[in-house]
Design a protein. Structure first.
Length: 462
């Protein structure tokens, strides 16, 4: 392969390469996942990462305005005239002293990367702009995805805004928050509710896409992950290009963790960073495939020689037991993460760890994030709950600098938030009790007061 940008099989024993114009979600030779790769010796990258900051002064240029394409030399599979952008990536890295105290870190040690500020309200836009760009490059007219909600919202907003292609989204029956479903419907996506969960929906959309030549936009699409690398570029930029000690991220389909590992490997290989931060991937206890395989069964990257037999055995047992993912953190309610192998590589690159946290832990952490100034959807708070657990275990030191990724906006799934803070015991039990949430120690309950000035003043305590 002599192209500047190309696709490469993830399996080192295969290494098959394809052009970027080929549309595949797995290697045609061995069925492994694909990477987008580059001949970096031919990429005109800046001499220093700080050069990207200068583009903030050119905000009228849509590519420089984008928090993804501002870093376009680091994902150079598309020419500037081919890029599809709607202004994604205007996100914040915010220090949070209240959340840092909750986690157990020294002052100034905890940062929240808030991806809920993206146009569709989640981190997915970072990857979807890259997938939409590639879809346009190959002339796709119909795109599809399976979704727990955020992917469908992101794909639908790119389709409706740009009018490049039509969209169909597959969602599991009863497995999507209304805040997310409303976006797909409002953005005019054709929506199919599959009688099953996300894993079923993904299996069906992959079959349909392969049968009918529909462009698939789930994170099995390697171009999606290229865009998601830029979350780490913005984190580094906000920290004056000094890597933190830890990146903590929720683990669902494992696209973010996979993209982050690739980003750091490339930056380190190019000499832009002298060290790679450690990575912690946090599963919900009710959707803990990665935790069980990585931490309990010792399935690691192993130089690319992954123990696929053990993974297959794990899934066979899961099917035999009819074990389904179950967590109120719906965005990470996934039993068969498609990027499992890429995530194993990322954990190897970043000396990573995996943990699981309960839904109780997630909602308590979510309440602390909200009280500290950022509303996030439940899955986002898994990162903070995981950081707290790792701090309690002594894996994270109190003096470490830790970045927790908040993947989605609070209004993506307000039901859990309202139930947690509700004074109505029946509402709490109905919405949260079935997920093992028994208490709300950080609840901010509304106060019922008579429609009377004196009673209101008394309730205010002023």
């Amino acid at each position: 392969m002599t192209d500047l940008a190309f696709q490469r099989c993830l399996n080192p024993a295969c290494g098959y390469t394809l052009s970027v114009s080929d549309v595949h979600t797995e290697c045609p030779r061995c069925e492994s996942l694909l990477d987008v790769d580059y001949d970096w010796s031919r990429v005109p990258v800046p001499t220093a990462l700080r050069e990207f900051e200068a583009r903030w002064a050119n905000r009228r240029n849509s590519l420089d305005f984008s928090g993804v394409w501002r870093f376009r030399e680091l994902l150079p599979f598309a020419k500037p005239g081919q890029i599809v952008t709607i202004g994604e990536g205007q996100t914040l890295l915010q220090p949070s002293e209240p959340v840092g105290r909750y986690v157990g870190l020294d002052a100034g040690g905890l940062f929240l990367q808030y991806e809920g500020l993206n146009p569709s309200g989640s981190f997915k836009d970072n990857g979807m702009t890259a997938a939409a760009t590639h879809a346009q490059m190959v002339g796709a007219k119909l795109a599809a995805c399976a979704s727990t909600g955020n992917t469908s919202a992101s794909l639908a907003i790119y389709a409706s805004t740009t009018q490049i292609f039509r969209v169909v989204v597959f969602v599991g029956s009863g497995k999507i928050a209304y805040g997310k479903l409303s976006q797909a419907l409002d953005y005019d996506a054709q929506t199919l509710q599959i009688l099953g969960d996300f894993d079923d929906a993904l299996a069906r959309v992959r079959e349909v896409a392969g049968e009918k030549g529909i462009y698939l936009c789930n994170s099995v699409n390697p171009f999606r992950l290229e865009g998601q690398k830029t979350i780490m570029y913005r984190v580094l930029e906000s920290l004056a290009w000094e890597p933190p000690d830890w990146i903590v991220v929720p683990g669902g389909n494992l696209g973010n963790s996979s993209a982050f590992g690739k980003a750091f490997a490339e930056l380190h290989g190019l000499g832009f960073i002298s060290r790679i931060p450690r990575l912690a991937v946090i599963n919900a206890a009710g959707a803990n495939t990665l935790y069980r395989l990585y931490e309990q069964q010792g399935v690691h990257w192993n130089g690319g020689n992954v123990d696929h037999a053990r993974i297959d055995q794990f899934y066979e047992q899961m099917d035999a037991e009819r074990r389904r993912a179950s967590t109120l953190a719906s965005a990470i309610e996934i039993n068969r993460p498609v990027n499992l192998i890429k995530c194993l590589r990322a954990l190897d690159i970043c000396s990573g760890v995996v943990r699981q946290v309960s839904d109780q832990d997630i909602l308590d952490a979510k309440a602390q994030v909200g009280a500290g100034g950022f509303g996030c959807e439940p899955a986002s708070a898994a990162s903070v709950a995981g950081a707290k657990l790792l701090r309690a275990e002594g894996v994270i030191a109190p003096s470490d600098r830790v970045v927790c990724i908040l993947t989605g906006h609070q209004l993506k799934d307000p039901t859990a938030t309202v139930a947690y803070h509700s004074a109505d015991a029946e509402v709490f039990a109905d919405k949260l009790g079935k997920h093992g949430v028994q208490s709300a120690p950080f609840a901010n309950r509304p106060v019922v007061v008579e429609n009377n000035l004196q009673r209101i003043i008394e309730a205010l305590g002023v």
